[in-house]
Design a protein around this ligand. Structure first.
Ligand code: ZN
Length: 214
C-alpha cells in the first residue's frame, strides 16, 4: 500500500504520517528529513542539497530519483506513507514510473488543505528536538519545560528553513510546483481533500477511514 500525503509546509501531514506509521506499523518516508540527514552527514551531496533547501527551492530531480527509487525498491512489500514527495509534476511523473516498474499500486493521495496565515503561524512556532526529532509547537503543543524536549531533555531548535523569508519562498514554490499536481490526482480519482485545521485526532480518524486502516 502506497499513500501520498500532500500539502503545503506546516499543514501537519508529517505529524499525521508519523502517528499512523507508529500506530499501524507503516513505513513513514519523509523526503525532507531524508534530505536533511544527507546534509547533516557533511557529504558533498549534502552540500549540494543544502544550496537548494536553504533558500526553499526544490532539490534537482536526479537526486530525488536516486533517493525514492532506493526507498521503494528496499521496501516493496511494506505499506508506505510518502510525505513531502512528490512535490512537482516532474516528481509525480517519476513516482508513476517507479510504481509501474515495481508493480506497486497507489492507494490514494491525501491533501491537507490550509490557508497561508495559518501556515506561517504554525511554522514560526515550530520547534524540534535534534536528538529524537519530536516536533513541538510553542502555541498548540508546547514542551512541558520551556525549550526542552519532553523525551530526552535536549535543547529544542528551529529548522533552518523555518524562518519567515524561507517560508514565504517555500509557499511560493508550493503554489507554483506542488499545487498543480492536485488536479492530476483528482482526475485519476485518487485525491482526498482534508481540512488540515481540524484537531489532530479528527484528521487521524478521517485518514484511517479513507486509507482503510483499522
Ligand atoms: Zn528529544
Amino acid at each position: 500500500m502506497i499513500a501520498v500525503f500532500l500539502g503545503p509546509p506546516g499543514s501537519g501531514k508529517g505529524t499525521q504520517a508519523a502517528r499512523l506509521a507508529k500506530r499501524f506499523g507503516l513505513l513513514h518516508f519523509d523526503m525532507g528529513r531524508s534530505l536533511r540527514e544527507e546534509i547533516a552527514s557533511g557529504s558533498k551531496l549534502g552540500e549540494k542539497i543544502r544550496s537548494y533547501t536553504d533558500i526553499g527551492e526544490l532539490v534537482p530531480i536526479s537526486i530525488i530519483k536516486e533517493i525514492i527509487e532506493k526507498v521503494l525498491e528496499d521496501s516493496s512489500n511494506e505499506s508506505i506513507i510518502l510525505d513531502g514527495f512528490p512535490r512537482s509534476e516532474e516528481q509525480a511523473d517519476l513516482l508513476d514510473d517507479v510504481l509501474i516498474r515495481l508493480g506497486l499500486d497507489l492507494k490514494g493521495v491525501y491533501f491537507f488543505s490550509i490557508g497561508d496565515n495559518a501556515i506561517i503561524d504554525r511554522i514560526t512556532n515550530r520547534r524540534y528536538c535534534p536528538v529524537c526529532r519530536k516536533v513541538y509547537n510553542l502555541k498548540s503543543a508546547p514542551p512541558l519545560i520551556d525549550g526542552k524536549c519532553d523525551e530526552d531533555g535536549s535543547e529544542l531548535v528551529t529548522r533552518p528553513d523555518d524562518n519567515e523569508d524561507v517560508i514565504a519562498n517555500r509557499l511560493d514554490v508550493y503554489r507554483r510546483k506542488t499545487a498543480p499536481i492536485l488536479a492530476r490526482y483528482r482526475r485519476k480519482g485518487k485525491l482526498t481533500e482534508l481540512d488540515a485545521t481540524l484537531a489532530i485526532a479528527d484528521i487521524e480518524k478521517l485518514l484511517m477511514e479513507h486509507i482503510g486502516l483499522q
